[in-house]
Design a protein around this ligand. Structure first.
Ligand SMILES: [Zn+2]
Length: 414
């Protein structure tokens, strides 16, 4: 047999490698496109949001199950790029077999073809030494699919109640022990519906809060769901009222007035750079609500400076009275703490990372918004970041369950 020209061999190998990379990219982009189109379609699907009771539950469950497939494949393409690409191409070839008429290859040849990519793998000694067993790959796929399935079908339904004591210096006697329930980031659309919200409202009622605070993102993208995002709160029992601020997604709907009207119609105490004075007998507590600080993406660091107006919000507040504040995005908190006296700030926006990959998620969210989840003591102030209720993007939550916060106000020894 004539010796193979080494140059030709290298060209062949490079060509194979490049075509494999292209195939991988095409698969990866296809998955992203399918996920994107599914989210777009299902999040706005009116037929889905109009279904009631068990029919809605079944449809919603089926929709999520359908999304598990492209999402699992997308993750596998990242975690096991070579094996997954080979497997998918193999499956496509198998499916295409009947379309191409009678099989051109004998079974022995087909086996040879399927194992052909090994040639390319052999050029990388670290990969070649790894046993590429089919069973192991199936096990890994099952594991990834299981995590995605859990994140789409189980965790989103497990609402967590997190109880925290927030100490305030010189908290007036009558406000000690006040119970405040907080919800955030409802993101109501066709697959996070008023029925889902109604379950959370029932759960809040069981906690017997004195007051309920909602920290923005009532809808996901679409103002058609403004009523679905506000109406269920009619069932709330909170003797000292319900108060709300707006989030970036409320603005992304492009119909902020529709959202505002729905909030006002259902008496949810909208505060946009405004405050109210809570009274228990002669004792007072100031509650301030700020506008969303970061919905206008056109300006510099993506802050919306025109919407931040603490001077207006705090104008006329009684002197020496403790202040509770709400702002959707905690990114503005350091600015507030440096310039204004606010005893407690309640935020949301981060969804606690929503899909929590150890270290990575916290790093990414922390870099973008400074705070990720839970309580942060900032010396003369403090912020609590609620992990939210709905979703941004795909309907999945992993190690970041939907949250209802139950805050107890306690006196801090000044
Ligand atoms: Zn949100």
């Amino acid at each position: 047999m004539a010796a193979i020209n080494p140059w030709a061999k290298r060209m062949y190998q490079t060509g194979r490698w490049a075509s494999n990379v292209v195939i991988w990219l095409v698969l990866w982009i296809s998955c992203v496109a399918i996920i994107f189109l599914m989210i777009r379609y299902f999040s706005g699907a009116e037929w889905l949001s109009n279904l009631q009771g068990p029919a809605h539950f079944v449809a919603e469950f089926g929709m999520r199950l359908l999304m598990v497939i492209p999402f699992t494949l997308w993750l596998l393409l990242i975690l096991r790029p070579i094996r997954t690409r080979r497997w998918v191409v193999g499956q496509i070839l198998k499916l295409a077999q009947p379309l191409r008429g009678k099989p051109k290859l004998q079974p022995e040849q087909a086996v040879e073809l399927e194992s052909a990519p090994e040639i390319q793998l052999a050029t990388s000694p670290t990969i070649a030494t790894r046993p590429l067993s089919r069973r192991r790959f199936l096990l890994e796929s099952g594991l990834v699919g299981g995590v995605v399935g859990y994140a789409m079908l189980i965790e989103p339904y497990q609402i967590q109640v997190r109880e925290v004591n927030l100490p305030i210096a010189n908290l007036p006697e009558r406000f000690r022990g006040m119970r405040i329930a907080q919800m955030s980031d409802l993101h109501i659309n066709a697959y996070t519906t008023s029925a889902d919200l109604a379950r959370a409202v029932a759960q809040i009622n069981q906690l017997n809060p004195d007051m309920v605070l909602l920290t923005g993102d009532f809808v996901d993208w679409d103002a058609r769901f403004a009523d679905a995002a506000t109406e269920p709160f009619r069932q709330l029992r909170a003797p000292e009222g319900i108060y709300s601020v707006l989030g970036n997604h409320d603005y992304y709907s492009g119909k902020i007035d529709t959202i505002k009207q729905a909030i006002q119609r259902h008496d949810l105490g909208l505060l946009v750079n405004q405050h109210t004075v809570l009274r228990r007998g002669a004792d007072q507590l100031v509650l301030v609500g700020f506008d969303d600080p970061r919905h206008n993406r056109s300006g510099g660091p993506r802050l919306s400076p025109e919407s931040i107006n603490p001077e207006a919000a705090l104008k006329g507040t009684p002197k020496d009275v403790a202040r509770l504040a709400m702002v959707h995005n905690p990114v503005i908190v350091p600015h507030f703490v440096a310039n204004y006296q606010l005893d407690v700030i309640l935020s949301g926006h981060t969804h606690g990372g929503q899909f929590q990959v150890p270290i990575l998620t916290d790093q990414l969210v922390g870099n973008a918004e400074y705070f990720v989840r839970g309580h942060y003591d900032l010396g003369k102030s403090q912020v609590y970041v609620n992990s939210g209720f709905g979703f941004t993007g795909p309907p999945l939550r992993f190690r970041s369950a939907p949250e209802i916060t139950l805050i107890n106000l306690v006196n801090a020894k000044a």
